[in-house]
Design a protein around this ligand. Structure first.
Ligand code: SAM
Length: 204
């Protein structure tokens, strides 16, 4: 099985090796937008929705006869279906093709080095207060979801002692034509348009 990272979404930012694997796949699994953008005629496809056991049993069934390519957003190693696949399959069965993570892409758009940054995910989880603690100069790169968004995360960080003046960038729909990057502060982010699937970068 091949697990291919499709980066932030725009085909211009997908590795040629991933594009080749995706286009030559007989069985292709991915989110609805990824399938709409990357699937080619004649492929057997399955859309990843919330039901991960259903996706795993589809993959199981198809693997009996042919190889399967699974597309995941960003890089497979960073909060993706790869985690569940590693629990179900031996690592020798998995070939992973890396992709540009949305967080990496956001830092590139902001021309900001990320070697000292802390990466946190609020996607279906909440980091501990300790992981979110404030120290002057600390840089955070955060992925979000519906419950923890570009509005609720800044509010939480301020409750945990981050200054309202901390520089903040809300980076949504990265790499797409309607990409939207708002440079503001933690205090300002609370009244900006809410983005549920984005990268929030905070410089403390
Ligand atoms: C399940 S996580 C997947 C992370 C992915 N493996 C990565 O390396 O970027 C999904 C979250 O990634 C972020 N994300 C993925 N693609 C994005 C994009 N094009 N623009 C902004 N954020 C994105 C959003 O926070 C989204 O809720």
């Amino acid at each position: 099985m091949i697990v291919a990272g499709i980066g932030p979404g725009n085909p211009d930012f997908v590795l040629p090796a991933a594009l080749h694997a995706i286009r030559s796949a007989k069985v292709l699994v991915g989110g609805s937008r990824a399938l709409a953008d990357f699937a080619v005629e004649g492929q057997c496809t399955m859309t990843i929705r919330g039901d991960i056991p259903a996706v795993l049993s589809f993959i199981d069934e198809k693997l009996r006869e042919q190889d399967v390519v699974v597309m995941v957003s960003g890089d497979p190693g960073y909060f993706s279906l790869l985690d569940a696949l590693r629990r179900s399959y031996d690592e020798e069965l998995l070939q992973v093709i890396p992709g540009i993570s949305s967080v990496q892409f956001a830092f590139a758009r902001l021309a900001l080095p990320w070697h000292d940054a802390s990466f946190l995910s609020f996607h279906g989880r909440r980091p501990s207060d300790e992981e979110l603690s404030y120290t002057p100069g600390r840089v955070l790169g955060i992925i979000t979801d519906k419950a923890y968004s570009s509005r609720t995360i800044p509010k939480l960080l301020m409750e945990l002692g981050w200054p309202k003046e901390a520089k903040t960038a809300i980076c949504a729909r990265l790499s797409y034509d309607d990409e939207r990057i708002v440079r503001t502060t933690l205090g300002g982010a609370v009244s900006e348009r809410e983005e549920t699937h984005c990268v929030v970068v905070v410089i403390g």
